[in-house]
Design a binder for this molecule. Structure first.
Ligand code: PHE
Length: 453
């Protein structure tokens, strides 16, 4: 690797630290808040099937590629693309890919922080016993009252952004490792308990049926695009988050194995959330297509009804908030790393500016749930527009470019050396997936959406 500029980069202490951080980035609101509500909106089983297929055939190969690019250059995403393009003797324009990632991260964080704010607000609601013995109507009332208040949403959004920036300012590594190490097992356990509760409702099998029995006639091209976009979103792919984390990864560690582990953990958490939520939806005559409020209108019913539900409710929303934090820091890290490494900003200054910009943008999402709920662009509220633009368009486009770069531009000997797979066959399998399967799949889904196919 050319070593023109000296890297100012840190490194993880071990492979395990990287796994923890990347899992922390992957597991977040995407799994517990977004997966259930978009599955509900897009009709269940068939949508889940497409999502799982995308994780396996597109997500995992691209996760391997993204980690590999980051580790090879050991720089932030923008510089990574510049350096690796130079190494491959390719066109300069590839660095725009790094740019798109930085921007996508900030756009996502702007609404992610608002929703994470909801989760934190619900810690207090759980604590004060708001859910106690409340039925579906009362729980819905609590939710609509809450999102109808811009001041409350701004307060929690601000708090969450401040917490994110406080962690990022100290450098991503400090504290993250500990947080994730305790978070993952606890989150897993709580979800299992919630699944246990779902089993006691008489709609358990109806919920399972909804999630896992595909009715392909329900699939529209929009559903397929959303499922594919979600595979990128939930695995934190296509915008440089995993690339940045990969850049802190010491040489000589197997990338492929870690990618499988991370994607596996991420998928299990999402499926458990779905299995816990849909039986509650059906048992209380709610609608699966309730939208972004779905978990906030279902899980509190369970907390209000089950023994120990008070404590469970508090713990659940605390953990959801922490899971969101370990993702949000990875959404802003590409921007901060770039400002520090290329623009000579101090880490503090980089955090303040990127944090402020994101916070301000987040106000658009806040208002889209109340005072601006009638403001629509292309039939979408500001929140829906930001989500569509990032998850459905920018991340898949970013992922497509990463796949093309890793499969076609980077020299074979370089990727082979960097990945250092145990067998020639596993390298070959990855190479086919990244060069053909992943980019063509993204391409065809886009063609379908614009109506060419
Ligand atoms: N993967 C995170 C989640 O599921 C969101 C995220 C997307 C984080 C893209 C980083 C990059 O909540």
């Amino acid at each position: 690797m050319t070593d023109k500029k000296k890297s100012v980069h840190d490194a993880w202490s071990s492979r395990f630290a990287f796994i923890l951080a990347a899992t922390g980035s992957a597991v977040g609101l995407g799994n517990i808040w977004k997966f259930p509500y978009i599955t509900g909106e897009h009709g269940g089983g068939a949508f889940v099937f497409v999502y799982l297929a995308c994780v396996l055939l597109i997500g995992i190969p691209i996760m391997i590629a993204e980690t590999m690019l980051g580790r090879r250059s050991q720089r932030n995403p923008i510089e990574t693309m510049e350096l690796l393009t130079e190494e491959a003797g390719a066109d300069k324009n590839w660095h725009y890919l790094g740019w798109m990632g930085v921007i996508a991260g900030l756009l996502i964080l702007s609404y992610y922080s608002v929703i994470a704010g909801w989760a934190s607000a619900y810690i207090v609601k759980a604590f004060t016993g708001s859910f106690f013995d409340a039925d579906a109507v009362a729980i819905k009332g609590i939710f609509t009252g809450f999102v109808g208040s811009p001041m409350q949403l701004i307060f929690w959004h601000s708090l969450f952004m401040a917490a994110t920036m406080l962690i990022v300012v100290r450098g991503v590594k400090n504290g993250l490792e500990k947080a994730v190490r305790f978070l993952m097992p606890s989150l897993f356990l709580l979800l299992l308990i919630l699944v246990g509760y779902a089993m006691t409702t008489d709609s358990y099998f109806q919920g399972l049926h909804f999630l896992f029995v595909p009715e392909f006639s329900k699939l529209t091209s929009d559903s397929v695009l959303t499922a594919m976009g979600h595979a990128f979103f939930t695995l934190s792919l296509g915008m440089g988050a995993i690339m940045v984390y990969g850049s802190y990864l010491p040489k000589g560690i197997s990338i492929a194995k870690t990618a499988f582990l991370i994607a596996g953990a991420d998928t299990v958490v999402a499926l458990l959330a779905g299995i816990a939520i849909f039986p509650i939806v059906f048992a209380n005559n709610l609608h699966p297509d309730t939208g972004p409020g779905l978990i906030f209108q279902t899980l509190p019913i369970a907390f209000g009804a089950m023994t120990g539900g008070w404590l469970m409710g508090i713990l659940f929303f605390v953990m959801l908030t922490i899971a969101a934090l370990t993702s949000s820091i990875s959404l802003i890290e590409p921007a901060v790393a770039w400002l520090v490494e290329n623009k000579g900003f101090s880490r503090e200054k980089a955090c303040v500016w990127s944090g402020l910009a994101t916070w301000l943008l987040g106000l658009g999402t806040v208002f889209s749930f109340n005072v601006w709920s009638n403001v629509k662009f292309f039939d979408r509220s500001i929140f829906q527009l930001l989500d569509y633009l990032t998850a459905n368009l920018m991340l898949p486009i970013g992922g497509f470019c990463i796949a093309v770069f890793a499969g076609w531009i980077m020299k074979r000997q370089h990727s082979e050396q960097e990945l250092n797979m145990p067998t020639a066959l596993s390298y070959q399998a990855w190479k086919i997936l990244i060069s053909y399967v992943a980019p063509l799949a993204v391409f065809f889904v886009f063609l379908h959406v614009v109506g060419v196919l």
